[in-house]
Write a protein that binds this ligand. Structure first.
Ligand code: ZN
Length: 204
């Protein structure tokens, strides 16, 4: 049994509705140049890249973690800026957990977004999220955030520290099975992605 002296201090975090997280142990940003191949419309992506520059921020992540050990948690915030690439709303890269049975909580702190969820067997869900709403994502669901509003879409997330991320499962499949696009009336709608060729069933 670990002695009390050797245990980490409880993490005390001050989390803003803008995603700011005092007490974080790490953070990173994804910029437009990091999103090559993520959006289906390559011409629209290159146009947004030319207009905003490769360093324009798409989303920020702040997180608190102790270690990658089993039983530990990663707690963090994701702040996805608004915008569109063609008719597709801005997205995070999306992933399946490398240990696919690991679940995750997403609690919306601000903005208007959609959590796009898919299984390798072809199930798809698009769950709208606004402040105060949360999705408890079971294991085995591929997940991505989409900002369908005009303000930053901010979520608080929490998942197992040993989960890891498999991003390639989406790129290998030609993208997720659904795109979240403008409905032409100020709203959004999920639309089948014609480039999607199906997910691999077994993680190598
Ligand atoms: Zn995840």
């Amino acid at each position: 049994m670990a002695s009390l002296e050797r245990l980490p201090e409880p993490g005390t975090l001050n989390i803003g509705t803008d995603g700011a997280m005092a007490g974080r142990t790490g953070s990173y940003e994804k910029r437009l140049a990091d999103m090559v191949g993520v959006y289906r419309d390559g011409d629209a992506y290159r146009q947004v890249l030319a207009e905003n520059g490769p360093d324009a921020i798409v989303y920020r992540v702040a997180e608190h973690r102790y270690s990658d050990g089993p039983g530990e948690l990663i707690v963090g915030t994701s702040t996805l800026l608004p915008g569109r690439v063609g008719d597709e709303f801005t997205v995070t890269r999306g992933h399946l957990h490398a240990l696919p049975d690991r679940a995750e909580l997403y609690h919306c702190l601000g903005g208007h977004g959609v959590l796009l969820l898919e299984t390798v067997d072809g199930e798809s869900r698009a769950v709208p999220l606004t402040a105060g709403q949360a999705v408890h994502v079971p294991g085995h669901w591929i997940h991505r955030s989409v900002n369908v509003g005009t303000e930053p879409f901010v979520t608080l997330f929490c998942y197992s520290a040993d989960a890891g991320q498999d991003y390639e499962i989406i790129s290998e499949a030609g993208g997720m099975a659904r795109l979240v696009v403008s409905d032409g009336n100020g709203g959004w709608t999920p639309r089948p992605n014609p480039d999607h060729v199906g997910y691999r069933k077994a993680v190598a």
